[in-house]
Design a protein around this ligand. Structure first.
Ligand code: UFG
Length: 343
């Protein structure tokens, strides 16, 4: 006999990682309440989730910056756990519009935490980022690797939010928090019904690659090949978004089953394997049998030469490991791009 699992509130659940996580939670037996204000997502994302699950989900269009609207969600739904994705995420835009980022990312987060305290909802899972490690001296980075000064307001909101969560877990009896530090999420659900939907010109590598392969962009610019890395291009840890979604389920299991060893825990969510920009582009072309024209251009401001995860703690303590083959991930990214173009 299976025991009933808790209900989870997913803020920003129509976004790229939010949709994949909602599917993974529902498949794992959690009841899910999803909210999003569609500021950087589309209602079609929720339809994609519902098609995959074969049923309607509980969705409300709510802006987490609107505390009274958010209060209504706390009044109506009895969830124990919140996964807080709702945030802006464009690094470059955060540099030119810092107040927009601090206002949105921190006010929405404070609203969530204050209401959790008020309504005695004990567990919060926060979407953090490998950006907190900056240009680390020693690689791969472990959770104990010192964070470095943020190089963008976006990165700073991640650091501040981690610290707020740590302090809340320390101060409030029964309050538990996990921060997942994502490396570079890529790929899409195998159904091609959900995936990343960048607005305008993509900032991130894989959406730019898929749009170039689709002929929407003339060519990819590879930002620098004179780094101190094996082929001169930057090294990153590309984590499949479905694997990443499963890390959230493992973290929610850990919180709701009372398995946490401390009030606040941090886990790196990556593969542990670095790949260069050039390697990724070449593997994408080989896996999909398509051409991606590219040129080497100047370095992009703010890029670190290399960062990848030590995943020992995620593997051994969280009990989660990245599984999907990178070529399958790159095929899923291309399948998703073709799906989007066919709509
Ligand atoms: N790159 C290119 N051309 C492009 C886009 C990217 O060469 O058109 C290169 C970048 O220079 C970098 C790599 O591809 O070396 C990955 O770049 P992304 O923009 O895809 O990802 P980042 O590593 O810069 O940033 C990502 C997330 C951030 C997060 C960070 C944490 O986008 O939100 O990882 O390390 F903070």
């Amino acid at each position: 006999m299976s025991t009933k699992k808790d209900t989870v509130l997913v803020s920003g659940g129509a976004g790229y990682i939010g949709t994949h996580t909602t599917v993974a939670l529902a498949e794992a037996g959690y009841d899910v309440v999803v909210i999003d204000n569609f500021s950087n997502s589309e209602p079609s994302a929720i339809e994609g989730v519902e098609k995959i699950l074969g049923r309607k989900i509980c969705f409300k269009q709510v802006d987490t910056c609107d505390k009274e609207a958010l209060r209504g969600v706390f009044e109506r739904h009895d969830f124990s756990t919140v996964i807080h994705f709702a945030a802006y995420k464009a690094v470059g835009e955060s540099v030119s519009e810092p107040l927009k980022y601090y206002q949105n990312n921190l006010v929405s987060y404070m609203n969530v935490l204050e209401l959790m305290k008020e309504y005695k909802r004990p567990n919060v899972l926060f979407s953090s980022s490998a950006t907190v490690y900056g240009n680390a001296d020693v690689l791969p980075v472990t959770e104990k690797t010192p964070r470095q000064d943020a190089t963008s307001p976006y990165g700073n909101t991640k650091q501040i939010a981690e610290d707020i969560l740590r302090d809340c877990c320390h101060a409030y009896e029964g309050f538990h928090g996990i921060a997942l530090r994502y490396f570079n999420p890529i790929g899409a659900h195998p159904s091609s019904l959900i995936g990343e939907l960048p607005r305008g010109v993509p900032n991130n590598l894989v959406p730019f690659i898929t749009q170039t392969a689709a002929g929407i962009r003339e060519r990819l610019s590879i930002f620098g090949n004179d780094y101190d890395t094996p082929d001169g291009t930057c090294l990153r840890d590309y984590i499949d978004v479905v694997d990443l979604a499963k890390a959230h389920v493992a973290a929610v299991d850990r919180m709701t089953e009372g398995k946490m060893e401390a009030g606040y825990e941090i886990f790196n969510v990556g593969t542990g394997t670095p790949l260069s920009v050039l390697e990724l582009v070449n593997r994408f072309m080989a896996a999909n049998g398509v051409n991606v024209p590219y040129v080497i251009t100047d370095r992009r401001d703010g890029d670190v030469p290399a960062v990848w995860a030590d995943t020992t703690t995620a593997n051994n303590v969280l009990g989660w490991k990245a599984e999907r083959d990178i070529d399958d991930t790159l095929r899923s990214a291309w399948a998703w791009e073709k799906h989007v173009r066919s709509l």
